[in-house]
Design a protein around this ligand. Sequence first.
Ligand SMILES: CC(=O)SCCNC(=O)CCNC(=O)[C@H](O)C(C)(C)COP(=O)(O)OP(=O)(O)OC[C@H]1O[C@@H](n2cnc3c(N)ncnc32)[C@H](O)[C@@H]1OP(=O)(O)O
Ligand SMILES: O=C([O-])CC(=O)C(=O)O
Length: 373
Amino acid sequence: MAGKKTGGLAEVIAGQTAISTVGKEGKGLTYRGYSIDDLAQFGSFEETAYLLIYGKLPSQTELNQYKQKLSGLRKLPDGLRTILEQLSGSTHPMDILRTGISAFSAFEPEALDRDQYDIADRLLASCASILLYWHHYHTSGTRIDTETDSESIAGHFLELLHGRKPSGLHEKALDVSLILYAEHEFNASTFAARVTASTLSDFYSAITTGIGTLRGPLHGGANEAAMELIEAFEGPNEAENGILQMLAQKKLIMGFGHRVYSVSDPRSDIIKKWSRTLSEAAGEMKLYDISERIEQIMLREKKLFANLDFYSASAYRLLGIPTPLFTPIFVISRTSGWAAHIIEQRAGNRLIRPNADYSGPDLKSWPAIRSRS
Ligand SMILES: CC(=O)SCCNC(=O)CCNC(=O)[C@H](O)C(C)(C)COP(=O)(O)OP(=O)(O)OC[C@H]1O[C@@H](n2cnc3c(N)ncnc32)[C@H](O)[C@@H]1OP(=O)(O)O
Ligand SMILES: O=C([O-])CC(=O)C(=O)O
């Protein structure tokens, strides 16, 4: 891999967490001690969210009750639907989520009878409702009913998007993706959310901080940027030429590299398999083949590996998800991790306020305005 630079708080330990381990010895990921492989293979996103937010794996009864609770929280306040109708159809869906979640705080403020756990669950359950109510209103003028009888958040999302129940394969693929995106220690958006929580601000403010930080293409926005890159090529050979040219121009290839992992991103192997499975099921290998060639070139030329965002792009396309909804899906999932971190920060709070190394000028004398150039 290309040499690591200093700055950007790289390798600085900024606090403690018991929620996840990331990149120990250059690889590996666990959520509260459970490996990401086991969670993706045996678990569901609802189990994962419960584990992160409530601190333990649910029993069967607890899981059933949790799923029931979440499915009962999909209806949006009337006032929020009105706001979503007024936001332009050309708005980026990340703005819609940030604004929608911010508006939620006006309709359902944090209070003694609505605590941080209730808000975490409410947002997990209704992010898809916010996004897809807005999406359908502005693409077809339809005011959709955001309540479906789908048991999972993945199924709810796909059913609202396509207006029909997803296949078991599609629901499972999105469910796994939500598990993979759920939590990642002190990544930029989670750290930002913790900074907001550390001022004793409200839960919604901390979550909207996370959304704003996730959006950038160096973080969550990379899945959309990766899709645009992959779809710009006609086939693997064109991709090879195009990527070599981009590297010669010192351009970043979105969906590659990572601040903490040095060998591989363990989530990438899992989503890559799902991307392949979905491609085979659709009989449509073009995006997968292009992606694989780009991955080979990046390894060969730069010793850089695909991160979670890279194969998530082709997997989402095969699920029929429009590109601007990719990063918002990351939000739906990461809301569980952000919530766990806000709760953990609040439990042992101290204001997060590091020092800066001043590099500006020495003290200067005050110049009268007429003497300034
Ligand atoms: C779920 C997630 O949020 S995962 C991250 C998603 N983001 C991306 O995929 C965006 C593309 N990747 C990147 O920009 C970076 O790899 C980051 C932001 C993820 C990590 O950044 P850093 O730890 O600061 O790595 P840094 O920028 O120092 O990279 C080291 C070297 O590798 C190069 N490099 C790193 N990633 C890439 C890339 N994707 N494409 C081309 N070159 C790269 C850098 O240009 C740098 O080269 P240099 O030393 O010649 O200047
Ligand atoms: O940890 C990071 O820096 C980015 C990342 O992979 C994530 O947030 O999932």
